[in-house]
Design a binder for this molecule. Structure first.
Ligand SMILES: NC(=O)C1=CN([C@@H]2O[C@H](COP(=O)(O)OP(=O)(O)OC[C@H]3O[C@@H](n4cnc5c(N)ncnc54)[C@H](OP(=O)(O)O)[C@@H]3O)[C@@H](O)[C@H]2O)C=CC1
Ligand SMILES: O=C(O)C1=N[C@H](C(=O)O)C[C@H](O)C1
Length: 238
């Protein structure tokens, strides 16, 4: 498979290493210095593009890739207020788009565990729920995209929670997400249910970026040659 890497920072480089190991070819590498090379001619050489840039550039990049009919796997976080516009444009262009706030198999298992635990806790109002996420200091967005996904899953099952906030909170209707930035943390997410009697806690800790990169390449293998809008559940068959 021929891959265009849009974003060649920590994730772009980790994805390149995994893609080469899996027998793929990198035909284009874009970063902020050669963004003008993301044009129709160069993209037409790729079967799929993998976009990991930043919260500020992701939307524009994804729209451009869809405009040029390049299937796009996007991992950038912090831009999802524009997700619906991407969905609409992808359908209009009959394109292919796959998004996940976290591509690692472990976190996608953790998402399933989080949903099950939240469903069990729905009627256990003596437990207060809160979250914590820890990442490296270069991370641009807070809370992390993964933390937002976890929070949305919890709020879906526990209707007394009306919104998430990105600070500690004692309000019963708020789901507090505390963000910490400590090097070199690749990504830790914790969900805590706490009562006067006991605590129940689930934690996912990434040891490195290999899981995110492997999942992104698996997603690209899935998307190449397909049309439509997908997520990691489709790739993993959950
Ligand atoms: N979904 C998931 O599983 C994961 C998602 N992420 C997300 O992926 C994104 C990237 O993370 P990471 O690789 O750590 O970040 P880095 O800052 O290490 O890399 C970002 C890359 O994007 C490039 N870039 C920035 N702006 C543009 C632009 N306008 N056009 C083209 N390229 C641009 C940067 O170029 P330059 O170096 O020249 O500035 C750099 O190459 C973040 O949003 C992060 O949250 C991260 C890990 C896992
Ligand atoms: O920026 C990162 O590094 C990460 N970003 C993603 C997120 O915001 O959830 C995924 C992972 O936690 C690493």
């Amino acid at each position: 498979m021929k891959i265009a890497l849009i974003g060649y920072g920590k994730m772009g480089q980790a994805i390149e290493a995994i893609a080469l190991q899996r027998g793929h070819e990198i035909v284009l590498k874009i970063d902020i210095n050669n963004a003008h090379e993301m044009n129709h001619e160069n993209l037409s050489k790729a079967d799929v593009a993998i976009e990991f840039t930043s919260p500020h550039s992701a939307y524009e990049n994804v729209m451009k890739l869809l405009e040029y009919n390049t299937p796009v796997v996007c991992g950038s976080t912090g831009w999802l207020d524009k997700y619906e516009a991407v969905e609409e444009y992808c359908l209009q262009k009959q394109g292919a788009f796959l998004y996940a706030s976290n591509y690692s198999v472990g976190v996608n298992l953790f998402f399933e565990l989080n949903k099950k635990l939240a469903a069990l806790m729905a009627n256990q109002s003596e437990y207060a729920v809160s979250m914590e996420e820890i990442h490296h200091t270069q991370k641009k967005d807070a809370p992390s995209g993964t933390a937002v996904t976890l929070a949305e899953q919890i709020m879906h099952h526990i209707p007394r929670l009306k919104k998430w906030v990105n600070h500690a909170s004692g309000k019963p209707e708020e789901l507090a997400i505390v963000s910490e930035r400590i090097d070199p943390a690749p990504g830790t997410h914790k969900v805590l249910y706490s009562s006067a009697i006991d605590d129940i806690e689930i934690i996912h800790t990434a040891h490195n970026r290999t899981g995110f990169a492997t999942g992104a390449v698996m997603a690209a293998e899935f998307l190449a040659g397909r049309k439509g809008i997908y997520g990691m559940k489709d790739v993993l068959g959950f």
